[in-house]
Design a binder for this molecule. Structure first.
Ligand SMILES: [Zn+2]
Length: 279
C-alpha cells in the first residue's frame, strides 16, 4: 500500500508532467473508482475543459487542483497506480478505470486491480466534508516544521504503543506498515514500546529517524515490494526496498547487530523488528 514517500514521488512527477494541461476527454470504466459521484457523467463533466493548476498532497491523498474552485482528489488505496501515457495509442493496462486525455496530447490513467482506490471531484473547501480522513489529518512530517520537543509532548500525551501510533493518520499523516517498521528500527525502539515511556534522547532518535527515513525513501522514489504494485508516473518501481533494514526481512541478520530479524503479527498485519537492538 503506497505511503507518504510513494505519494510524494507521484506528486512531484505530476507537478512536472500535468500542471498546465487542459482536460479534453475523460473515460470512466464502471462506477467503482468514482463511487462518490452519482454517475460517471457527473464526474466527467466536472473535469472537462478544466486546466490543472497545481498538485498537492495531504497524507496519502493527492489533490490535483483545477482552475475554478474544484479539485480532483485521488487516493491509491491498496493497489492504485497513476500512469502517464505519452499518446492515446499506448497500450492500456488491464484494470484501467479512468483515462484523462489532455488537449496538449497524452493521457493520465488510473489503474487499480483491487479497486480500493478512488477519484472524485469536489470544491476544494468541501473535500474535508467528503473524506473524514482529510478532516482529521495529523501533522505531515515532510510539510510541517515540527520540533522534537513538541513531538515528545505529543508522544507522551498518547500513552500507546509506538507502531500503531505512528500509523495513526490523526497523529502523523502518511506513515503505514512499511515505514513505521523502518522508522522504529532506525530509532532503536521496539514497535510495542509505550509512547509515554521514552527518554528525551529516545524521542530525539525517533524524530530524527522519522525525518531521515521518509526523506531517504522519497529520494529513492519509494518502495516497491514483490507484488510491484507501486510504480511511479512512468511505470517504474521505486528503489527504497533495497535499503529496508527490517521490513519483509524475517530471519535475515540485523544490519546493526547481526541478530535475526523477527516478524510478529499485530492487528492483522506483520511487524518486523530486531529483538536485540530495538528496546
Ligand atoms: Zn539489531
Amino acid at each position: 500500500m503506497p505511503e507518504l514517500p510513494e505519494v510524494e514521488v507521484l506528486r512531484r512527477d505530476l507537478e512536472r508532467e500535468v500542471v498546465g494541461k487542459k482536460v479534453k476527454a475523460v473515460d470512466v470504466d464502471g462506477m467503482r473508482t468514482v463511487r462518490r459521484h452519482h454517475n460517471r457523467k457527473q464526474f466527467t463533466a466536472r473535469l472537462l475543459d478544466r486546466k490543472i493548476t497545481a498538485v498537492e498532497r495531504k497524507g496519502k491523498y493527492l489533490l490535483v487542483q483545477l482552475d475554478g474552485d474544484d479539485v480532483l482528489v485521488v487516493h491509491l488505496g491498496m493497489s492504485g497506480q497513476l500512469l502517464r501515457a505519452k499518446t492515446s495509442r499506448e497500450t492500456t493496462a488491464k484494470h484501467t478505470h479512468v483515462v484523462i486525455t489532455f488537449t496538449q496530447g497524452g493521457q493520465l490513467r488510473f489503474v487499480d486491480p483491487r479497486t480500493f482506490g478512488e477519484m472524485f471531484v469536489a470544491p476544494y473547501d468541501e473535500i474535508e466534508q467528503q473524506v473524514d480522513d482529510l478532516a482529521h489529518l495529523g501533522l505531515d512530517p515532510l510539510e510541517t516544521a515540527l520540533s522534537w520537543d513538541l513531538f515528545g509532548r505529543m508522544l507522551a500525551e498518547k500513552k500507546t504503543k509506538l507502531k500503531p501510533l505512528l500509523m495513526d493518520q490523526k497523529f502523523i499523516a502518511g506513515i503505514g506498515n512499511i515505514y513505521s517498521d523502518e522508522i522504529l528500527w532506525g530509532a532503536g525502539l521496539r514497535w510495542d514500546r509505550m509512547s509515554d515511556s521514552l527518554t528525551s534522547e529516545e524521542v530525539r532518535r525517533l524524530y530524527r529517524s522519522m525525518m531521515e527515513t521518509l526523506q531517504e525513501a522519497v529520494k529513492h522514489r519509494g518502495s516497491s515490494l514483490a507484488d510491484e504494485q507501486y510504480v511511479d508516473l512512468f511505470g517504474r518501481p521505486g528503489e527504497f526496498q533495497q535499503f529496508h533494514n527490517v521490513y519483509a526481512r524475517e530471519g535475515e541478520a540485523c544490519p546493526r547487530c547481526r541478530h535475526a530479524i523477527v516478524r510478529e503479527r499485530y492487528a492483522g498485519r506483520s511487524t518486523y523488528y530486531c529483538p536485540a537492538c530495538q528496546v
